[in-house]
Design a protein around this ligand. Structure first.
Ligand code: ATP
Ligand code: MG
Length: 173
């Protein structure tokens, strides 16, 4: 079978990487496609998108993180959780049960040294032909950019956070 699925990366320092991926999920679900979202790094906090996704048929959602990594003492635990998350991602990608798999914040795993980028490249290469994969996060490594079909870099023109405006419910989470 010829390949129809794409590899899409949303990277850069500006806002919109995760929400653009979820916009694509919305689009795919409208066509009756099956979607699986796996969130790395982010913890179980109340994100509106996850709460809503749990009510949508055809959309599966997994949280494989414990919050952003700031604490060196916790790094081995973060590494283990991240690697377990990637094992789940590989299982979902090879299952051929989905049209779209979103690996949210995955770029941080190779960036923090939790995962070899070649493992991600191999999983992309081995996926079923119809599967589109969207990867989000800052600092997308060049090896991932090389195998992607579509890469968008969100740049910050301005962000309210810089003016001291706190993350807002319904806008940032
Ligand atoms: P979003 O989830 O809103 O699409 P994102 O995925 O591009 O944003 P992340 O780097 O994952 O951004 O950011 C995590 C959190 O920080 C989100 O709540 C996001 O809205 C917010 N954010 C994104 N970019 C910036 C920025 N340049 N300055 C401050 N906060 C940001
Ligand atoms: Mg994000």
């Amino acid at each position: 079978m010829s390949r129809t699925g794409r590899v899409i990366i949303n990277t850069g320092l500006g806002k919109g990487k995760t929400t653009a991926a979820l916009g694509t999920a919305f689009r795919a679900l409208g066509h009756g496609h099956r979607v699986c979202v796996i969130q790395f790094i982010k913890g179980e906090g109340v994100y509106g998108e996850r709460v809503f996704a749990e009510t949508i048929p055809g959309c599966e959602w997994h949280v494989c993180g414990k919050g952003f990594v700031f604490n060196r003492e916790r790094i081995e635990e973060d590494r283990t959780v991240a690697r377990q998350g990637f094992a789940l991602a590989k299982e979902k990608m090879t299952s051929d049960a989905y049209d779209l798999v979103i690996l949210d914040e995955l770029t941080y795993l190779p960036h923090f040294g939790f995962l070899d980028v070649e493992e991600i490249v191999a999983a992309i290469h081995d996926r079923p032909p119809r599967l589109t994969v969207i990867i989000t996060g800052r600092n997308a490594p060049p090896e991932l950019i090389a195998v992607a079909d579509t890469v968008t870099e969100m740049n910050v023109v301005k962000h309210a956070f810089a003016d001291g405006v706190k993350a807002q419910k319904g806008v940032e989470f």
